[in-house]
Design a protein. Structure first.
Length: 108
């Protein structure tokens, strides 16, 4: 499963995020990325700055063949975060991704 979000942020002179708007996003990631980006802090500056931040997510099931090492054993579940800050972030994990939904309206 993969997903991408693009968020436009505005950084105030004090280095804090003063505005963050989702430009485009996979629905599963939109709120989480927006919440995380609002916590970013930058060095104070003489002026405000605006730019887009692209976050890519890649989730791989360790039971899939491509996640097996050369010895045929599954790779150790891990999460790798790489970035070309402040505009690009990649989060890649081999841990299992589970989607939890709300209970249905019948009350089960």
């Amino acid at each position: 499963m993969t997903g991408t979000t693009v968020t436009h942020i505005k950084v105030g002179k004090n280095g804090r995020i003063i505005e963050a708007k989702t430009v485009s996003a996979h629905p599963l990631f939109a709120k989480h990325v927006l919440d995380a980006l609002k916590q970013w802090r930058f060095a104070p500056s003489e002026e405000e700055h605006e730019f887009d931040v692209t976050c890519r997510f890649e989730f791989y099931d360790p039971d899939v063949d491509e996640c097996f090492g050369p010895d045929g054993k599954p790779t150790t579940p891990e999460t790798i975060v790489s970035a070309a800050l402040p505009t690009e972030i990649l989060v890649r994990t081999t841990g299992k991704c589970e989607i939890i939904t709300n209970y249905d309206r019948v009350g089960r």
